[in-house]
Design a protein around this ligand. Structure first.
Ligand SMILES: *[C@@H]1O[C@H](CO)[C@@H](O)[C@H](O)[C@H]1NC(C)=O
Ligand SMILES: *[C@@H]1O[C@H](CO)[C@@H](O)[C@H](O)[C@H]1NC(C)=O
Ligand SMILES: *[C@@H]1O[C@H](CO)[C@@H](O)[C@H](O)[C@H]1NC(C)=O
Ligand SMILES: *[C@@H]1O[C@H](CO)[C@@H](O)[C@H](O)[C@H]1NC(C)=O
Ligand SMILES: *[C@@H]1O[C@H](CO)[C@@H](O)[C@H](O)[C@H]1NC(C)=O
Ligand SMILES: *[C@@H]1O[C@H](CO)[C@@H](O)[C@H](O)[C@H]1NC(C)=O
Ligand SMILES: *[C@@H]1O[C@H](CO)[C@@H](O)[C@H](O)[C@H]1NC(C)=O
Length: 275
């Protein structure tokens, strides 16, 4: 992508850039891929490969570059009305080299019952009003109810995404990302959760109708599943009490982990080209 920039002299120090996007596609989409509103078998305490995945996908991920996406998730346990499994993914420095781009982590849910995955996706954009441009940070919530029951289906991301069963458009959000970006001077930036918002923002088109999300389009292939498992395994091997099948020589790399960190492992983001 090349940029055509010009100073907007009416606006002190403000630069507008219009990038010629190589790809014609201008709709960025963020989807909750897994879990679905469905019933799953509990994770098996004795089998570290049975951790439960939480998976988001970013479609046309390259368009997310200036959105500084981040994801916060946790689970709600209806049996004790309490939360567990908090995880944060900050994609500020993500390169989005793969398409679609998967954001995931794993949890243990080894007790039968009703649960809800509660997640919040944050992004930033230019707030352009007249000749004033500032940066806004905003968010949306995704939630999905699930049931854990002995004897139910195990987790199978490939099968789940191959069938469109239990996939609904409300599990995704789509943005029309324009080719217009601004460099906003620091004095015009606002603070968000103690972070100074970055100087580059992109304008999101407010065309009507807004683009519709299509999370059912994302298929998880076996290579993606293998990569997620490898990432989970590598993470568990750095644990204080690693699984038996870890490479023996990386004892020095072991990290002490907190109670929370041992619940949420393999925070990762990968992308794959799916044929
Ligand atoms: C930016 O997008 C607008 C409208 O989508 C288009 O008319 C314009 O040619 C684009 N600019 C560049 C440099 O690609
Ligand atoms: C989940 O699925 C059940 C059974 O199909 C349905 O009754 C319920 O409304 C669904 N919940 C959500 C939040 O979609
Ligand atoms: C993104 O790419 C840059 C330059 O190649 C690299 O320094 C950086 O570590 C990469 N970021 C991530 C999260 O991989
Ligand atoms: C959910 O709450 C029940 C009741 O306190 C508890 O037995 C169960 O272990 C909790 N589930 C998880 C995954 O923590
Ligand atoms: C956008 O900018 C305008 C004026 O610069 C300001 O009044 C408004 O509060 C901003 N919107 C948000 C959501 O911050
Ligand atoms: C995205 O916004 C541009 C500029 O407003 C508009 O021309 C285009 O049709 C929109 N695309 C979609 C898919 O809504
Ligand atoms: C699974 O991993 C945990 C640490 O995360 C470890 O304590 C446990 O021994 C492992 N279990 C097996 C069967 O490898």
């Amino acid at each position: 992508m090349y940029l055509v920039c010009r100073a907007l002299w009416s606006l002190v120090g403000l630069f507008a850039c219009f990038g010629a996007t190589v790809n014609a596609a201008n709709v960025l989409e963020i989807d909750l891929i897994f879990p679905r509103n469905d019933t799953y078998a509990p994770t098996d305490r004795s089998n570290n490969a049975s951790w439960f995945p939480i998976v988001f996908a970013i479609q046309n991920a390259e368009l997310a570059r200036h959105l500084k996406l981040s994801f916060d998730t946790h689970m709600w346990n209806y049996s004790n009305m309490d939360t567990f499994g908090f995880a944060d993914h900050d994609l500020t420095d993500a390169n989005y080299t793969n398409e679609p781009y998967f954001v995931y982590h794993h949890l243990k849910i080894d007790t039968e019952g009703s649960y809800s995955l509660l997640s919040k996706v944050f992004w930033q954009k230019c707030n352009k009003t007249g000749d004033q441009v500032s940066i806004d940070r905003t968010s949306t919530n995704f939630g999905v109810d699930l049931t854990i029951k002995k004897g139910a289906q195990g987790v199978d991301l490939v099968a789940t995404t191959a069938e469109k069963k239990t996939c609904s458009t409300k599990d995704g959000i789509a943005f029309n990302v324009t080719n217009e970006t601004y460099e906003v001077p620091p004095s015009k930036n606002s603070y968000y959760r103690s972070h100074l918002l970055d100087g580059t923002c992109v304008v999101l088109a407010t065309t009507s109708p807004t683009p519709t999300a299509n999370p059912c389009k994302v298929k998880v292939g076996t290579a993606v599943v293998a990569s997620m498992s490898a990432s989970l395994h590598a993470r568990l091997c750095k644990d204080l009490y690693p699984p038996a099948d870890c490479p023996k020589d990386d004892a020095v790399q072991k990290l002490a982990v907190t109670g929370v960190a041992s619940f949420v492992v393999a925070l990762g983001a990968i992308g794959f080209l799916l044929a």
